[in-house]
Ligand binder design. Structure first.
Ligand SMILES: C[S@@+](CC[C@H](N)C(=O)[O-])C[C@H]1O[C@@H](n2cnc3c(N)ncnc32)[C@H](O)[C@@H]1O
Length: 453
């Protein structure tokens, strides 16, 4: 035998590498030319290698030259590359662990850890009716990520107080498992979004995988639980008093109705109607209202933001204005649907109006969601303004935080709508929506006109 390559990948922890090497040595005791490829991990836990942090030859074993391509570079460049690769390992770890969070959330593994306290993999698998070998691997990965804690002396696993709040308590304001469900839609729907990049037609909200709708509800509800009744509504002058007295409220783009149900429970004298153009979301919202026992003062109807019926004392838009193709058209409709002293409440993700100010970990999540969900959703609708997740920044440019829009005249609101509509957009090649529309119509007209020439 002149040479043999044994490959194993980064999934193997260092102890397994030793085991594999020992086994291979035993098997191939005759003078081998063996290269074992696997991660060599230093004290910090970083896999070290000149090119890839995941694959490096085991020198002690090969006794030969490193079979890797060395890239000639200065020490400074090498250090920069190392630092960047360390970041990549962290990011890859986050992505890979994310799938594990989804799994643990759906199989009730986090929940069982919360209920049962410290337990071995065998105990967790018995409790959840799952396969022990796979649970062992899942627990090890989550422990490596710092998402569960490991008690080495007793070989058992547990959730510390913070992990419990983030992964196992749906009602905690820090609950994040829903975000993983939301983000799984980015991967599942990548092909549709890729096509939208080429066609320019966008991807409608309703054309996404169902995990997006449920994930949105579970991701946002903790924030609404923590803020809506106690801080957001009181920020609007006189609104809480009206709600307590009993008024008409519309929650537009309500999705699964988390915000509607919350308000309906807090203000039993008022009447709430949730509107969304997505029929399956409205169906789910109706069930949620029933489960929460707020059926008496709550109803849900399928309707779009530009056409919903009725007049209201309070109209609320929770994280949906920027998803709409024609937010200015929606604003005009809202204005017409408000009673004389009515209030329009807009809740949008906190983002800045300048790219540089958004280049941070939160901006990173927003831009990902905006690329795959919000902007394609807007582009799929009429007008297709594609505001993206920075709508908040844009609005705050005109209206300071907590502004009660009912105090502004229709003319002022029209001026803002005009400013938003006439703003050149990067997604439109730095043209305004009107310019693009003109171009499109011009093109269609030319193509559709019969000529005698
Ligand atoms: C990000 S979700 C927010 C859902 C809900 N407000 C929440 O906070 O959980 C955006 C919602 O806007 C709805 N939507 C998008 N465009 C709409 C339109 N033109 N009219 C009515 N609803 C719309 C979608 O169906 C979706 O439910």
């Amino acid at each position: 035998m002149s040479g043999l390559g044994i490959g194993y990948t980064s999934a193997a922890p260092p102890s397994s590498i030793d085991q594999v090497e020992a086994a291979a040595k035993k098997l191939l005791s005759a003078e081998p030319a063996i290269m074992v490829i696997g991660p060599r991990v230093d004290a910090k836990g970083w896999a070290r290698a000149p090119i890839s942090p995941f694959f490096s030859p085991c020198e002690a074993f090969t006794g030969r030259d490193r079979a890797q391509r060395e890239i000639p570079m200065s020490e400074a460049s090498q250090q920069k590359l190392d630092t960047f690769l360390e970041k990549m390992v962290c990011d890859l770890g986050a992505i890979a662990t994310g799938a594990g969070v989804l799994l643990g959330d759906k199989l009730g593994l986090f929940e069982a850890l919360r209920e049962g306290g410290k337990m071995t993999a065998a105990e967790l698998s018995t409790r959840t009716g799952t396969q022990e070998r796979l649970v062992t691997e899942w627990l090890s990965g989550q422990a490596a990520a710092g998402y569960v804690d490991y008690d080495e002396a007793n070989n058992n696993f547990y959730l510390n107080a913070e992990q419990e709040l983030v992964f196992a308590d749906e009602n905690s304001p820090a609950f994040m498992a829903g975000a993983f469900e939301f983000l799984s839609a980015l991967w599942l729907d990548e092909e549709k979004v890729r096509q939208a990049f080429q066609s320019g037609k966008g991807v409608a909200w309703h054309d996404h995988s169902a995990c997006l709708f449920r994930g949105t509800e579970r991701f946002f509800r903790p924030g609404y639980n923590a803020n809506l009744i106690d801080s957001w509504l009181p920020a609007l002058e006189g609104v809480v008093e009206k709600l307590e007295r009993g008024v008409e409220v519309a929650d537009v783009g309500c999705g699964h109705g988390a915000s509607t149900v919350l308000m309906a429970r807090a203000f039993p004298n008022s009447r709430f109607v949730g509107f969304d153009y997505h029929a399956p979301s409205i169906e789910r919202a109706r069930k949620a209202a029933e489960e929460a026992g707020v059926g008496a003062n709550t109803r849900f109807e399928v309707a779009a933001a530009k056409t919903y019926p009725g007049t209201y004392d309070l109209v609320a838009f929770f994280d949906c204005l920027h998803d709409m193709g024609d937010p200015a058209g929606a604003a005009t409709h809202v204005h017409g649907s408000l009673k004389p002293d009515g209030t329009w409440m807009i809740v949008e993700p906190f983002a800045h109006n300048h790219l540089a100010a958004n280049l941070n970990p939160v901006g990173r999540v927003y831009y990902a969601a905006s690329t795959f969900v919000c902007t394609p959703a807007s582009l799929s609708q009429e007008v297709g303004l594609g505001l993206g997740e920075n709508t908040n920044g844009l609005l705050r440019q005109y209206f300071p935080k907590g502004t009660d829009l009912s105090r502004h005249t229709a003319r002022e609101l029209d001026a803002v709508a005009h400013a938003i509509n006439t703003r050149p957009r990067k997604t439109l090649g730095w043209k305004t929506p009107a310019e693009v529309l003109d171009q499109l119509l011009g093109g269609q007209y030319d193509a559709g006109v019969a000529t005698t020439g």
